[in-house]
Design a protein around this ligand. Sequence first.
Ligand SMILES: *[C@@H]1O[C@H](CO)[C@@H](O)[C@H](O)[C@H]1NC(C)=O
Ligand SMILES: *[C@@H]1O[C@H](CO)[C@@H](O)[C@H](O)[C@H]1NC(C)=O
Ligand SMILES: *[C@@H]1O[C@H](CO)[C@@H](O)[C@H](O)[C@H]1NC(C)=O
Ligand SMILES: *[C@@H]1O[C@H](CO)[C@@H](O)[C@H](O)[C@H]1NC(C)=O
Ligand SMILES: [Ca+2]
Ligand SMILES: [Ca+2]
Ligand SMILES: [Ca+2]
Ligand SMILES: [Ca+2]
Length: 596
Amino acid sequence: MASGPPYPFEGRKLQLLELLLGPLLVLLVSGLEPALGQKVFTNTWAVHIPGGLEEADQVASKHGFINYGHVSKMLYSFILLLQLCTVTWAEQQVSKQRKKRDTYQEPLDPKFKDQWYLYNSNHRDLNAKAAWQLGYTGKGVVVSILDDGIEKNHSDLMENYDPNASYDVNDGDPDPQPRYTQLNDNRHGTRCAGEVAAVANNGICGVGVAYNAKIGGVRMLDGEVTDMVEAQSLSLNPQHIDIYSASWGPEDDGKTVDGPAKLAKEAFLHGVTEGRGGLGSIFVWASGNGGREKDSCNCDGYTNSIYTLSISSSTQNGNVPWYSEACSSTLATTYSSGNLNEKQIVTTDLKSKCTDSHTGTSASAPLAAGIIALALEANKNLTWRDMQHLVVRTSHPAHLLTNDWRTNGVGRKVSHSYGYGLLDARAIVSLAKTWTSVNVFIYVSFLTFDRNIGAHLSINMSVDACIGTDSHVTSLEHVQARLTLSYNRRGNLAIHLISPAGTRSTLLHPRPHDYSSEGFNDWAFMTTHSWDENPTGKWTMEIENVAGASDYGKASFSFFLSFILSVNQFITDYWNIMIWCCREIGCMCVFDWKLI
Ligand SMILES: *[C@@H]1O[C@H](CO)[C@@H](O)[C@H](O)[C@H]1NC(C)=O
Ligand SMILES: *[C@@H]1O[C@H](CO)[C@@H](O)[C@H](O)[C@H]1NC(C)=O
Ligand SMILES: *[C@@H]1O[C@H](CO)[C@@H](O)[C@H](O)[C@H]1NC(C)=O
Ligand SMILES: *[C@@H]1O[C@H](CO)[C@@H](O)[C@H](O)[C@H]1NC(C)=O
Ligand SMILES: [Ca+2]
Ligand SMILES: [Ca+2]
Ligand SMILES: [Ca+2]
Ligand SMILES: [Ca+2]
């Protein structure tokens, strides 16, 4: 490509499978043949163009499309893709921050010595002190806790409180002060907020991981939680708030399969594409507390989403806590509570109090949000996806115990209980400083077919990933397998996905309480375990009825697999398009799936 990269769409085949969301702009590429003879593709491509019709026409003509349609609303378009491919990303600079070499002073707060998970002489900690020593304390970063409110005048939060990162969605006013009750039911958000940004060196309680960050709270759990309530919370002030921390989701009863509905989905999409000036809002999520019910966090559409950094817990002694859920979408882990003889989390509490007994995965997500705030301070140019790359690279198994640690195809240890392991504040700020944004590739693919599951079904598929062309993609980020299937008892199913490198992700483990016969309806099971692996080769999906042959129903399913490389997932969420954009300016490549 000595003469420079071609236009992304010129001379390439763009193929539309299916339109999902109402009226779309439909562009027709003239004179192209479908690349895959066997499938249902046509030469149309559906896009949403933010600028509306006029801009759509311009873009269409510039790239040799004919504009056949009209635009219903603003969405993400291939203009955006072009921008991502050319402008925004190609010109991104490595941030070179210079820090004053002040002599570092350990926080003097009375409870700091009890915050074993921030700093511990035995190194069983999140390495926060080492990050502070490098000069990173969260300055200039804004975090919002989506929960039951925040005590904004708490004496250990007040100084960092940010009204512009706060709102009361339950009552529709700007003041997120919790509703006080006898039992202090609404203390949760205030506790989470202190973990992130309790003030340092004020003689009160302990400190937050990012004790110089700005902290806000959205009151949204103290009332009926609707799709609208969630969406409003997730999309509060996205040009001001950098990180949203959430510790809620569907019921952890071990039988629910549920996730964001229409508006919340749009809020996520809007956040990652437009938030933070286009770098993308960062959503940190607690993986769930359904361990006792043998729940799977992959059945929770918020943690299972590629847009959320899903965080699990370890106990002080490095064990999997009783409440912890295992699944393949978990990215990493921080400390939280465990057995009675293990210490819990120290943080701010209602009525200007201090507690040393904050617990559950709810306590883990804010610690992660604080660490991520430190990384953002180290490099404000990180995209939402960069942040996930950093977490994958700098988290480590440490002393966390499980018999589930496996080495994946690129040599990283990964587990369904801990993801890539314990977050390390020092490691992530260090890598953040020199991190160059990941290249832009788009790679979305799918394969649809029906099969009977019976008692056991194994499907082998090969993917060429455009090997042999200059757009050969060699590394993965998230992998999603989108399944539609029916089965007489959903909880009896186990689903595994095995990558060409041999990494075996448990997309679903059996859930004893889940007697539903509703199956899965286009559920995008996600795994982080093949991160950075090469997608080329044979993929195997196994579906198994663990109850054995005596109890299997007839079932069929269709299957969708998408690999996300460096560009936002919105494409697959809105259109089942099989495309692949590569290099900075993006070439497109349709690649071939085969059943084998
Ligand atoms: C972030 O990237 C922009 C260009 O995308 C650049 O102008 C700016 O200097 C960068 N900031 C830092 C801190 O590197
Ligand atoms: C915080 O504000 C509430 C009223 O919203 C008040 O009752 C309480 O005393 C205040 N707390 C402090 C520490 O000022
Ligand atoms: C909040 O936003 C308003 C309007 O953008 C601005 O004037 C104000 O200074 C901000 N307040 C804080 C504390 O950042
Ligand atoms: C898939 O490949 C494996 C060998 O790698 C083989 O044992 C298995 O039978 C194959 N499954 C099908 C359905 O062909
Ligand atoms: Ca209020
Ligand atoms: Ca303090
Ligand atoms: Ca759950
Ligand atoms: Ca997630």
